[in-house]
Design a protein. Sequence first.
Length: 202
Amino acid sequence: MADYGLFLILASLTVLSPGPGVVLTLSNSLRHGWSGALPGIFGIALGAFVVAGLCASSLGLVLATSATAFTLLKYLGALYLLYLGFKMWRSSTFIPVLKATSARPWRRFIEALSIQLLNPKAGFFFLAVFPQFIKPQDDYYSQFFLLVSSYGALVVLVHGGYALMANSARGWLSTNKGARVVGRLSGTTFFCFGVLMASASK
C-alpha cells in the first residue's frame, strides 16, 4: 500500500481535531470516569467503520452526488446534536445525576454511534482520502480493511487519551459550580456543532 505512514499521520490529525465525538468522549469521561467513557469510544470507532463501509459501496456515491440525501442526513445530524446540547445544558449537576445511569453503557454506545453515522462530513473524509492510499493493482478489500481498521484503532487510542485527561478533572466537577460550568460549556459546544452541521455544504 502506498504511503501508509502518511495515511496514519493524516488520520491521526483528523481524529485529534475537535468535533462532536471528542466532546462526547470528554463529557462521558467527566460524568462516568475513564472506563465509563469506553462504550462511547467504541461506538464512535464502530460508526467510523460503518461509514467507511458505506462509502465503499454505492450508498457513499449517492451521498456524494445527491443533494437531497446529503441535506437530509445533514439536518438529522444537526437536530441530534442540538438535542444533546439541550440535554447537557439542562443538567445542573453534571456528575451526580448521571451516575444513576452508569449501569446503562449501551445508551452511551448508541449515542456515540448515532453521532458518527449522522455526520455526512465523516463520509466525505473517507471518500476523499481513501482512494489516495489504495493501489488499483492490489487487492482492494484487503487494503480497505487495513485503512478502516487503522482509523478505528486510532479513534480508540486518541479518544482514550482524551478520556484519561478529562478524568483527572472529575474532582472539581464534584462541586456544583464545576458541574454547572462544564454542563453549560458542553451544551453550548454541541449547539454550535449542530448549527455548523446544519449550515454545512458539500
